[in-house]
Design a protein around this ligand. Structure first.
Ligand code: SAH
Ligand code: SF4
Length: 366
């Protein structure tokens, strides 16, 4: 049954791929689109048949030509720290993953009345696989299979909100830090940003969406020109070109200087900062001499540094540094006035670094 539904979906168009304006151009009565979008994104309908405010004929017509289920969940794992990692199967059978990260717990007063709602971040994939080939990353292993469509990116967020019963108006942050290189799929990722931010969909402001890149300088410039208002995260990981090219082959095309120039030119809200992710690998880039270079490199940039402890996986040649070392690195940067956090190893017990859940499930299935 499920199988048949997936095959049928392949012949239909995915509504989640459309901006409101695009979908409106297909209707005489534009208000119908607002109604349909509300059913999908705000009332979390499963099917067109539930859209009771639409005429029966229109519902039938819609279900003949469209669907809004670009993925199905095949597996999920909850970590001790409550983050949940999802493995999704796309309509053509390929697998991707996303993570729901609860950032703050719900708070209530002595009468049980909620005083502060829980806060969530959703980490989404932008491609099936990735062609950047970073030596520490599991996603890199199988190369790039294909780009995700905008609607497949939107679908990850919609599915996770719906199945965790997170009301549509509850604010969530989106990070494009799952599988894939978002700027290698700029067209569809920028479209997803727009669709997600529309009032009749999930109304997630671009200011709450962070695009993480391995440093495609040319596309950083293109993204900047689009003036979407998204936040930027750079996966830096090394302070000299020699080491960076060893870890991230993409550095041969866009070296550190090219990236920093692109970052300086990127339009960013006065109150916000560019995030620099720095993966700490034991004995390779975690010494204080590297920290010193990092301070120099970020001089004059409104930056925030996010230190990530390397998450080991089978077959990896690198080692995770001790927390003690990471704290030393952090203290050095903080003492020099840089805002710096160590990313909590959320979901480490469920292999949270990108690509790892998919890898394990493939091993199990074969
Ligand atoms: N391609 C983009 C976004 C996806 S990767 C990018 O590289 O920025 C998201 C983050 O996960 C990147 O900062 C990446 O360096 C990090 N990552 C990849 N493999 C990891 C591992 N084994 N342990 C910890 N972080 C990892
Ligand atoms: Fe691709 Fe990012 Fe993994 Fe590098 S770290 S291979 S860019 S997903």
């Amino acid at each position: 049954m499920q199988e048949r539904k997936l095959k049928e979906n392949l012949k239909k168009e995915n509504i989640l791929n459309f901006t409101k304006e695009e979908f409106e151009s297909r209707f005489d009565k534009k208000f119908r689109v607002k109604q349909i979008f509300e059913w999908i994104y705000q009332k979390y309908a499963d099917d067109f048949s539930q859209m009771s405010s639409l005429p029966k004929e229109l519902r039938q017509d819609l279900s003949r030509h469209y669907h809004f289920s670009p993925l199905e969940c095949v597996k999920f794992e909850q970590s001790k720290d409550k983050s949940i990692k999802y493995l999704f199967r796309l309509n053509d059978g390929l697998l991707i993953e996303s993570v729901l990260l609860p950032m703050k717990e719900e708070q209530s007063d002595e009468n049980g009345k909620i005083t502060k709602h829980a806060r969530y971040t959703i980490c989404v994939s932008s491609q099936v696989g990735c062609k950047s080939g970073c030596s520490f990353c599991l996603t890199a292993k199988g190369g790039l299979k294909r780009n995700l469509e905008a609607g497949e990116i939107v679908g990850q967020i919609l599915w996770i909100k719906k199945h965790n019963q997170i009301p549509y108006e509850r604010r969530v942050n989106i990070v494009y830090m799952g599988m894939g290189e978002p700027l290698d799929n700029l067209k569809n990722v920028s479209k997803a940003v727009k669709i997600l931010s529309e009032n009749d969909t999930l109304a997630i402001s671009p200011k709450r969406q962070t695009i993480s890149t391995s440093g495609l300088a040319k596309q950083i410039a293109e993204l900047g020109q689009m003036k979407l208002g998204v936040l930027l995260a750079i996966s830096l990981h090394a302070v000299n070109d020699e080491l960076r090219s060893e870890l991230m082959p993409i550095n041969k095309a866009y070296n550190i200087k090219a990236i920093m120039d692109a970052v300086r030119a990127f339009p960013i809200d006065q109150r916000k900062r560019v995030m620099f992710e720095y993966l700490l690998i034991d004995g390779l880039n975690d010494g204080l001499d590297h920290a010193k270079e990092l301070v120099k490199l970020l001089n004059g940039i409104k930056a925030k540094v996010n230190l990530i402890l390397f998450n080991p996986h089978e077959g990896s040649i690198y080692k995770r540094p001790s927390l003690e070392n990471a704290v030393k690195f952090q203290d050095f940067l903080s003492a020099k006035g840089l805002t710096c956090t160590i990313r909590e190893s959320k979901g480490l017990d469920i292999s949270a670094a990108c690509g790892q859940l998919k890898e394990r499930s493939l091993v199990k299935m074969s």
